[in-house]
Design a protein around this ligand. Structure first.
Ligand SMILES: Nc1ncnc2c1ncn2[C@@H]1O[C@H](COP(=O)(O)OP(=O)(O)OP(=O)(O)O)[C@@H](O)[C@H]1O
Ligand SMILES: [Mg+2]
Length: 237
């Protein structure tokens, strides 16, 4: 399995007067877990959306193996995503929801049972998603991201709503996927958890890249939390 190289080259994204991401440049490598870190409003989700063609760059580029998302062959299968905005049909079961997505990205229904097993939802798979807890919905979103056996995964705060057991499970999953050669890009502000999960980091604040590189290279002898607090100011609240 060989994941894609993701590349930002002078990426700027403005929304009116707000510069969500300013002149971002950097590579995300296959075979490792990369964390996109930053306080609320730093531009993490915007940076991920630009890679996925869900936000159009104002200038610069965000590419996947050198091309825009829209030019990636079989992107729905190759690039797995976990985004806050994924809507599941509340009146349908988890199985039915995943079958809809499987059909949309043209993967065999056999994958539905496989990914439900991965996220430990097999026993609840026939229940309507309406009755799912926050953590169950989040695990279902992760299952959907894995449906196409993607070589590249882009996850926006996938640990949201997960309990400590599930967070440890997710860490192992992301590390395993990267060890298989896949590209794993994950956004978060859970620093203690990220410190145990990621190899490389991008630290953003107010749209600017404050640091980028290997975790130990960026943090030196400091913890990730200390480094993050020294490099970012967030909203000051
Ligand atoms: N669709 C949009 N329209 C207008 N402004 C936007 C839009 N999306 C993001 N922004 C603005 O861009 C900035 C960066 O937002 P973004 O969602 O990328 O931050 P984030 O780092 O993901 O934050 P969080 O940790 O809260 O998820 C914020 O000031 C936000 O208000
Ligand atoms: Mg966000």
């Amino acid at each position: 399995m060989q994941g894609a190289t993701l590349r930002y080259d002078g990426l700027t994204k403005r929304y009116g007067d707000t510069v969500a991401v300013r002149d971002l440049t950097g590579d995300i490598r296959p075979g490792v877990v990369t964390g996109m870190l930053g306080p609320n409003g730093a531009g993490k989700s915007t940076a991920l959306k630009c890679l996925l063609g869900l936000a159009a760059p104002t200038s610069g580029t965000a590419t996947i193996d050198g091309v825009a998302y829209g030019a990636v062959a079989h992107a729905g299968r190759r690039i797995g995503t976990v985004l806050e905005t994924r809507g599941f049909h509340p009146g349908l079961s988890a199985v039915a929801n995943l079958r809809v997505i499987a059909a949309a990205i043209d993967v065999d229904d056999a994958n539905v049972a496989r990914v439900l097993e991965v996220v430990s939802l097999t026993g609840d798979a026939g229940r309507r998603v309406r009755g799912y807890s926050l953590g169950m919905r989040q695990r279902l979103a992760i299952a959907a991201g894995l449906l196409g056996d993607p070589d590249t995964l882009i996850l926006d705060e996938p640990a949201n709503g997960l309990d400590p057991h599930a967070i440890v499970w997710l860490r192992g999953l992301l590390r395993t996927l990267a060890a298989e050669g896949r590209t794993v890009l994950v956004s978060s502000h859970q620093l203690a958890e990220m410190e145990q999960t990621v190899d490389d980091v991008f630290i953003m604040d107010h749209g600017d890249l404050r640091a980028q590189g290997g975790l130990r290279e960026v943090c030196g002898s400091h913890s990730l939390e200390e480094t993050f607090l020294a490099l970012t100011e967030g909203t000051g609240r």
